[in-house]
Design a binder for this molecule. Structure first.
Ligand SMILES: Cc1ncc(C[n+]2csc(CCOP(=O)(O)OP(=O)(O)O)c2C)c(N)n1
Ligand SMILES: [Mg+2]
Length: 734
């Protein structure tokens, strides 16, 4: 018999059977059955211990095929979740691709053996790499849709440019594209679900949300996750949405629902929400047995709604296929799944030496001399916004020169967007006729909205995961989001996005997808009254994340040059700005011109010395310099102060060279001593430079507490110049 094999998005031909052509019906069944067969084959292989994990899409096939056939792979954008096997098959992922991931082959196109099976990714099909974290993908879809809209309104921004990340990313966009994202009903409990609906609704974004409701989140039934048991009822009042609640076991109903949803999005009317009621005939995964928590009656009732059995009955009933034809088709698909598995076992395994590939950009090395540009002092040249103050050679603060860098880079690169809490001058633009504008609680983004408009500089909802999750979506499309987390103390809601998504996008997709966003984050104490929630440090928590660059400048010039590198490079960067240094007299500098950049991983000797090396960064640099001056004046001790400037990567050569000269070292930082950044540096010095040392490696840090409000306590908790001086004197005497 002739099998209709067309890909998703192709128009159907002859119409029969309630509107679907017989070919379309057979095609739908083929995709659904193939999905189930690949699952079954994997289950067999897992039981034989030939693969290492299995999670199935069983019971969700109708909903997913319906969704896929309403959209266009390689045109629209997809942010699915782990159950979406039938969706991905319908989009064009092959059983062979799936089996290569199941065995962890080097040639697994989604991840090169790095991710579990069903962690989808395909550049040609526009399936953006997904993690195991439930719900994180929704905000990526939102950011993706924002980027698509931005490019279609500003096509000139898609042009390639040399000398920065743009050189390495092709931009694709279509004015009527949609971003699809899916999740289980249990995952709608995550805050990020609501954060995604918030922005999609507010911005009228073309995002199709699909809730695949199988009534269970592992063993937790829907009524525990969803008050009242029906997510459609809870979301019904979000403005601008198209809503549909459907029988997710009927592919025709699902296809029609998604066609309407997609039409709403393509027309620019806003997002869509399709809630499909499906079933879970197998347990959650092969690590789970649902007989332990579901009654027999319930499981049997579920089986009656199995979309595969229902579709097969329909094909027979409507005379579209005979029993024999169905058998032939099923055997053919069974063979296809088995052959895909056989071939996968012959595939090469990943090389151990390749593990460190794609942690950071190999195209554009942020430590390279590309970023070592000459300082071009340009009196009167552009750069300042409202916070700018004097131009030219007048000394300017760190706040001024960060603001100047943002102005310069936004002028140079139309792909930059800046957003966060309070970063706009005024969301109600008309007010700007009479008011100065906010421009950030520390005024670091002042004047950006006024110069570059509200499409490029805007306020986000008060939701940190929203800020970072959207930035990932933007960045995967080739945009450069430079976003602000208002205080380091409140970065934690975004931690999941930073740790599991932002830093991992490149590595987990084996270099296929990247998310080089910049997160600017005011950090640190010494504020006299900053207290627990406005004084936190904690940089080592982030230097412990492979894939994330961490920068921590101590002065205005470095902040300007390092921020420029952060923006132009191709890695995600956590750019830590010490609040106490923003407007210090220490470290002011002239505006260095719009091309001034500093490569990552290059420390600066801010004071030469011969007796003791003092390795530090951030707000400890001026305190260390004070201590070093006193050490010289009072004790004749010459301290060499090394300002690391970037914490990941850090300049081991500079540290080692200095210690080879002095044979004594102190590592000092503002963060708590225990488990702090200095612990790693000290351990490496002890390990690799043991023979050059004349004394133990010393560390200075804050007490192992949070910072208290009362200034007497704050002073005692945080390291002071006197604390550092004492360590210097003690170590010299050792
Ligand atoms: C953020 C997060 N928390 C917990 C888990 C562990 N986990 C994996 S799947 C799952 C249940 C998801 O249920 P649901 O959203 O209904 O999707 P379903 O698996 O039923 O399709 C849980 C708790 C996870 N992967 N991510
Ligand atoms: Mg579920």
């Amino acid at each position: 018999m002739e099998l209709a094999v067309s890909s998703a998005g192709e128009p159907e031909t002859a119409v029969a059977s309630g509107g679907l052509s017989p070919q379309r019906m057979v095609e739908i069944y083929r995709l659904m059955f193939l999905s189930r067969r690949v699952d079954d084959r994997e289950i067999l292989l897992k039981r034989q211990q030939k693969i290492y994990f299995q999670i199935s899409g069983a019971g969700h096939e109708a909903l997913q095929v319906g969704a896929a056939l309403a959209m266009r792979p390689g045109y629209d954008w997809f942010f699915p979740y782990y159950r979406d096997r039938a969706l991905c098959l319908a989009l064009g992922v092959t059983p062979a691709d799936m089996m290569l991931q199941a065995v962890g082959a080097a040639t697994d196109p989604a991840s090169g053996g790095r991710q579990m099976p069903t962690h989808w990714s395909s550049r040609p099909l526009h399936i953006v790499s997904t993690s195991s974290s439930t719900t994180t993908q929704l905000l990526h879809a939102v950011g993706c849709a924002e980027a698509g809209r931005y490019f279609s309104r500003h096509p000139e921004a898609a042009a390639k440019a040399e000398g920065d990340y743009r050189e390495f990313h092709d931009v694709e966009f279509h004015g009527d594209e949609v971003a699809f994202t899916s999740l289980g009903e249990g995952s709608t409990s995550q805050g990020e679900f609501w954060e995604a609906l918030n922005t999609a609704s507010n911005q009228k974004l073309p995002v199709v949300f699909c809730v695949e409701d199988n009534e269970y989140a592992i063993s937790v039934p829907v009524e525990v996750n969803t008050p009242g048991g029906n997510i459609s009822k809870l979301v019904a009042n979000f403005p601008n949405f198209h809503f549909a609640e459907v029988d997710g076991t009927d592919p025709e109903v699902c296809l029609r629902a998604f066609e309407a949803a997609v039409a709403h999005c393509r027309a620019g009317l806003g997002p869509a929400f399709v809630h499909g009621h499906c079933v879970r005939p197998y347990s959650h995964s092969l690590s789970d047995d649902d007989r332990g928590y579901r009654s027999t009656a319930e499981r049997e009732a579920d089986a009656m709604r199995d979309p595969l059995a229902k579709m097969q009955m329909r094909l027979l009933r409507e005379g579209i296929l005979t029993a024999d034809e169905i058998n032939t088709l099923e055997q053919q698909l069974d063979r296809e799944a088995a052959e895909a598995a056989e071939r996968a076992f012959e595939a090469p395994l990943p090389k151990v030496a390749a593990i460190t590939e794609h942690v950071y950009s190999e195209d554009l090395d942020a430590t390279s001399s590309v970023f070592a540009t000459e300082q071009v002092l340009a009196p009167g040249s552009p750069g300042g916004g409202k916070a700018g103050g004097d131009k030219g050679s007048a000394p300017r603060t760190m706040a001024d020169l960060i603001n100047a860098c943002l102005h310069d880079e936004m002028r140079r690169d139309p792909r930059i967007v800046v957003y966060g809490e309070d970063v706009a001058d005024a969301s109600r633009e008309q007010a700007l006729a009479e008011v100065k504008g906010k421009g950030g609680v520390f005024k670091l983004t002042a004047g950006l909205q006024t110069e570059f408009g509200s499409e490029r500089v805007f306020n986000s909802p008060l939701a940190e995961a929203n800020i970072v999750g959207r930035a990932i979506g933007y960045a995967t499309r080739g945009m450069k989001p430079v976003v602000e987390i208002q205080f380091f103390d409140y970065i934690w809601p975004a931690m999941h996005q930073i740790h599991n998504e932002l830093a991992l996008m490149r590595w987990r997709s084996n270099g296929t997808w990247v998310s080089p966003a910049v997160l600017r984050v005011p950090i640190g104490g010494y504020l006299t009254g900053g207290a627990i929630y406005h004084s936190q440090s904690g940089e080592s928590i982030f230097t412990h994340i492979p894939g994330l660059r961490v920068v921590f400048p101590s002065n205005a010039l470095d902040a300007n040059g390092l921020l420029r590198t952060a923006i132009r490079c191709d890695d995600p960067v956590l750019f830590l700005e010490h609040k106490r240094l923003y407007r210090e007299t220490y470290g002011r500098a002239s505006y260095p011109g719009p091309e001034f950049a500093i490569p990552f991983g290059k420390a600066k000797i801010v004071r030469p010395g011969t007796h003791i090396t003092l390795v530090t960064y951030g707000a400890i640099v001026p305190r260390a310099l004070q201590a070093a001056q006193r050490a010289q004046r009072l004790h004749g001790i010459e301290v060499e102060v090394v300002d690391l400037r970037t914490l990941n990567p850090y300049d081991w050569e500079a540290i080692a060279t200095s210690i080879r000269k002095t044979s004594r070292v102190i590592v000092a930082h503002e963060d708590m001593l225990s488990w702090g950044y200095g612990a790693e540096i000290a351990a490496r010095i002890a390990d690799e430079l043991f023979e050059t040392l004349d004394a133990p490696v010393r560390r200075v840090g804050s007490m192992d507490t949070f910072v208290a409000y009362q200034p007497v306590l704050e002073e005692a908790i945080l390291p002071q110049p006197a604390t550092i001086l004492k360590a210097i004197v003690d170590l010299k005497a050792y």
